[in-house]
Design a protein around this ligand. Structure first.
Ligand SMILES: Nc1ncnc2c1ncn2[C@@H]1O[C@H](COP(=O)(O)OP(=O)(O)OP(=O)(O)O)[C@@H](O)[C@H]1O
Ligand SMILES: C[C@@](O)(CCO)CC(=O)[O-]
Length: 331
């Protein structure tokens, strides 16, 4: 490939997964949420290709090529639906950089289980947009985040933007749609374990089911909103004072609210139960629910190892996670 003085032949970006500690679903309607990026990432490499206008996307779950409105399958079930948001995001970045006729090759490598509430869609979008923007000039984090939120609306049109914010800016944060984000510093280290039910969800369907519930019973929903807000405020105080026992209790209370929304799942309930019996201070689903992943808080490293082992003994996946502080990383 010919490289001009200013053109970059290849650009890379990596964006992290996330956990929602408090407030998922309620955040869609303007409530606060507390969430954090974690040490699992999607890495995207973008290259210019000579095939003008074509965007080829190769990932570990699907591969295909978009040429305007046509799609050519390379491999993977449901590849078009899987890759469409990423294609849209890459096209948007090409348009923004006035390179409408440009061709791209995008390669995605992920260590984030997808469709289980760990924000794989946000991480894939943030990393794709950042890689393409870096390839064509300079990537600006604020702009990358805004474009990723727009693209995520293809996956579910009422996205709160929380996942894209935390994947871009990293760390633990208090987020609301109207108020943006504020970084949260936990006074003590949090020992966290993820348990994966292995049941993939559709975030859009779950968000719609909550909307229906809200429309059918506004009064009850506003009561749940107010309880969720209160839990978030108390959680912020518990994080600031390092009271992890209270934090765990609040996670259990948050889980009760999610059960009332109907977004938990029998298998998630079982894993939550296993985690609590193994000594978790608190446990709940994380993200959209409907199966997906659960998160458990432990008092120590020893406890988190025991909780992860107890979940694995049931035949399900489990891993300990660290909070990531970097967010989107370029290069
Ligand atoms: N490795 C990957 N390769 C390509 N696309 C991916 C990959 N991982 C995730 N995606 C994108 O993310 C979508 C899954 O998003 P979905 O919202 O269902 O799950 P999630 O982001 O893991 O969960 P949540 O939004 O609840 O945190 C896929 O359809 C695809 O568009
Ligand atoms: C369920 C939800 O609250 C979190 C999904 O990770 C949806 C959103 O915030 O857009």
């Amino acid at each position: 490939m010919t490289v001009t003085a200013t053109a970059v032949a290849k650009a890379r970006a990596a964006a992290p997964a996330k956990i929602i500690l408090f407030g998922e679903h309620f955040v869609v309607y303007g409530n606060p949420a507390i969430l954090a990026s974690i040490n699992r990432r999607i890495t995207v490499t973008a290259k210019k290709s000579r095939d003008g206008g074509k965007v080829k996307i190769k990932s570990d779950i699907a591969s295909g090529e978009f040429d305007g409105s046509t799609f050519r399958l390379i491999e993977g079930a449901n590849a078009r639906a899987t890759l469409e948001p990423l294609y849209y995001a890459a096209r948007q970045a090409l348009d923004d950089k006035k390179q409408q006729k440009g061709g791209l090759e995008i390669e995605i490598k992920s260590d984030i289980p997808y469709g289980v509430g760990l924000g794989s869609s946000a991480a894939a979008l943030v990393a794709t947009i950042a890689a393409v923007e870096s390839l064509l000039g300079r990537a600006d984090k604020k702009k990358v985040c805004e474009s990723a939120i727009e693209a995520e609306k293809i996956i579910h049109k009422n996205s709160s933007g929380a996942d894209c914010f935390v994947s871009t800016f990293g760390g633990m944060m208090h987020y609301s749609k109207g108020g943006g984000f504020k970084k949260v510093e936990a006074k003590t280290k949090l020992f966290l374990v993820i348990g994966d039910t292995g049941i993939k969800h559709n975030t859009g369907d779950l968000v719609s089911s909550v909307r229906k519930l809200k429309e059918a019973n506004q009064m009850a929903f506003s009561g749940l909103m107010s309880q969720s807000r209160d839990i978030c405020n108390q959680a912020l105080a518990a994080l600031n004072s390092g009271n992890t026992e209270h934090l765990g209790m609040l996670m259990n209370e948050n889980q009760l609210l999610l059960e009332r929304l109907g977004v938990s799942h029998e298998k998630a309930d079982d894993l939550i139960d296993v985690a609590r019996r193994a000594g978790a201070l608190g446990a709940k689903i994380t993200g959209a629910g409907g199966g997906g992943a659960i998160i458990a808080l432990a008092a120590s490293k020893e406890d988190s190892e025991r909780i992860a082992s107890a979940i694995k003994e049931t035949g399900q996946g489990a891993f300990e996670v660290e909070i990531d502080t970097k967010g989107l990383v370029l290069g």
